[in-house]
Design a protein. Structure first.
Length: 267
């Protein structure tokens, strides 16, 4: 069996001159996706059933379960009555490290906080990123216009988030969508990690920039994050710690720069 499509058609009632009228509407799918590492269930996420191989790889990298893409040997997508299973075959050293983490955590949901039993277990110290990238502010309007144009799921349903990769030479190279903003980012991280030429550029987010999103980006070595909605204070502090440049771009209010401005060029 194949996973379900990312959207489906359902009836919706809309107000008209003669009262309520039934019409078809395109609605985003959302289903449980279990991530199973070497036969051991690790987390269940509610996600859009698309780009699942990217999701498996990106989640594994952004959660620190593997350190490199080549430590994920295989992904099998299994359709079950309750949802989907992603059966991942990872390196034995990564499996041992994951088992040690599982002894310390009650359970993980990929949000970066859920399942943590004590405040001391919160991953508040992000990995430091390098300082190699720059960003032209003038390119952001074009970048977010391109991002909007490459969101077919959102265009048809209005119910998804997007993460995009804007290259240093001004191209929108990748876009991934999902009903969950963390999932969209994980899918993008997975897809980007397979393409060695996409190391230079910046991350575009259609959502707000939260602590978890900045942490995942730092895990992936992403230096510049630009969100459409405002960040949280903890996200700003984490970006400052990690050495990340964090910006918000708004079509009417322009650019707000929160951390490490040395990468941003105004020309």
């Amino acid at each position: 069996m194949k996973p379900p499509p990312p959207s489906c058609s359902l009836p919706v009632w809309r107000a008209g001159e003669g009262g309520w009228q039934a019409q078809p509407d395109t609605v985003a799918e959302e289903c449980p996706v279990a991530l199973v590492y070497n036969g051991i269930s690790h987390a269940v996420m509610m996600a859009t059933p698309a780009d699942l191989a990217d999701f498996a790889l990106g989640f594994s990298l952004s959660e620190g379960i593997i350190q490199r893409p080549d430590q994920l040997y295989d992904v099998e997508i299994v359709v079950a009555a309750e949802g989907l299973e992603l059966r991942l075959d990872i390196a034995s050293a990564c499996q041992q490290a994951l088992q040690q983490r599982r002894r310390q955590l009650a359970g993980r949901t990929g949000c970066g906080v859920c399942g943590v039993e004590a405040l001391a277990q919160l991953p508040l110290q992000p990995p430091a990123v390098s300082h190699k990238q720059t960003l032209q502010v003038a390119a952001l309007a074009e970048a977010f216009t391109a991002l909007q144009q490459q969101q077919p799921l959102f265009a048809s349903t209005g119910a998804s988030h997007a993460a995009g990769w804007w290259t240093a030479d001004g191209q929108l190279a990748l876009v991934r969508e999902d009903v969950g903003r963390h999932n969209a980012l994980d899918k993008l991280i997975g897809a980007r990690s397979r393409r060695a030429e996409l190391t230079a550029g910046c991350l575009l987010l259609s959502s707000r920039a939260s602590y978890e999103m900045l942490y995942k980006a730092a895990q992936a070595g992403i230096e510049i994050v630009v969100s459409l909605s405002a960040p949280t204070a903890l996200a700003v502090r984490l970006a400052e710690q990690a050495g990340q440049t964090l910006l918000r771009w708004h079509p009417r209010h322009g650019v707000a720069l929160y951390s490490h401005p040395q990468r941003v060029k105004q020309g």
